[in-house]
Design a protein around this ligand. Structure first.
Ligand SMILES: [Zn+2]
Length: 301
């Protein structure tokens, strides 16, 4: 085989540029998140730098996704660990090996969804690991109730005095939204907790354009749980996947690579719009002004 042909084949199969977690063939998401399947899945190892799949979730066989999603989780968890050491991202369900429906989720069917527990700290502000169950947080960020995996009992011990770790949760969201390879469509999160993330971002002086985009993508869905115990991340179909039948539901917005070249209010936010309230308003403005979606559908998690 001559060299050019070999290079072409490598490019077509995705080999040569794929990460260590990738499979031999390119993974492909087919259908929609709520009615889809997954071909040539990549599996997320149960532990990696800065993340772990808690034991009760390991037996659910739902640690499969597209290479893009699996690599993204590993990459962003690592970034958060290096940026703010000590926290561990607890990763819940992705999809099953071949995708499709499950008892636990309406979506999570085609390898583009993942549930990530919220990072938490103890009363002294030190990061803690959640090994047995998620925790529901109040609007003020206080742990109020266990959220055990479906079909199991909540831990017997009382809910510890843990807090929503805005710093690491925002670092994780920032990593998702800044990633060079993946395009995030939604991050489902309870409204007040989402606002806490935006406040954290503003306090840290993050790029207003990033905050404005976050204000749009952080979203409390109206047709499912409020997501006060985890964030649900959904990626857009990859360009190549669309030609195989992967279909996005809900708003099909600009891609972030275009975002920064667009004028406000669709592109870079005016400098004076920094501040959580202004950004939330900005997010609403953008949402209202988004053109009608070509493929409107239910948001499912
Ligand atoms: Zn979910």
């Amino acid at each position: 085989m001559n060299r050019r042909l070999l290079a072409l084949l490598l490019a077509l199969t995705g080999a040569g540029c794929a990460g260590p977690l990738a499979t031999t063939f390119s993974s492909t998401s087919l259908g929609t998140a709520a009615d889809g399947t997954l071909r040539h899945p990549a599996s997320l190892p149960f532990e990696g730098e800065g993340y772990a799949v808690p034991v009760p979730w390991r037996t659910r066989h739902a640690n499969y996704g597209t290479e893009t999603l699996v690599d993204l989780i590993a990459r962003v968890s690592r970034e958060v660990e290096r940026d703010a050491p000590g926290g561990v991202a607890a990763i819940g369900d992705l999809s099953r090996r071949r995708g499709g429906g499950s008892a636990q989720h309406r979506s999570h069917q085609d390898g583009r969804d993942v549930d990530v527990f919220f990072y938490a700290t103890d009363a002294g502000g030190r990061p803690v690991r959640l090994n047995e169950a998620m925790l529901h947080f109040s609007s003020e960020g206080r742990a109020v109730r266990w959220s055990p995996p479906q079909g199991t009992r909540a831990p017997a011990r009382p809910v510890p005095p843990y807090r929503f770790d805005a710093r690491r949760n925002w670092a994780f969201v920032r990593g998702l939204l800044s990633d060079p390879d993946a395009e995030v469509q939604w991050i489902f999160v309870q409204r007040s907790l989402g606002a806490a993330l935006l406040r954290e971002a503003a306090a840290e002086g993050d790029d207003p354009a990033l905050l404005a985009r976050a204000a749009f993508i952080l979203h409390q869905p109206s047709d499912s749980e409020p997501h006060d115990d985890h964030m649900h991340v959904r990626l857009y179909c990859g360009i190549g996947e669309r030609s195989f039948g992967c279909a996005d539901r809900g708003p099909v917005r600009w891609w972030k690579k275009m975002w920064k070249y667009m004028e406000a209010p669709f592109g870079r936010a005016p400098a004076e719009s920094v501040g959580a309230d202004r950004l939330a308003a900005f997010g609403r403005l953008i949402r209202e002004e988004t053109p009608p979606t070509p493929a409107a559908g239910k948001l499912t998690s």
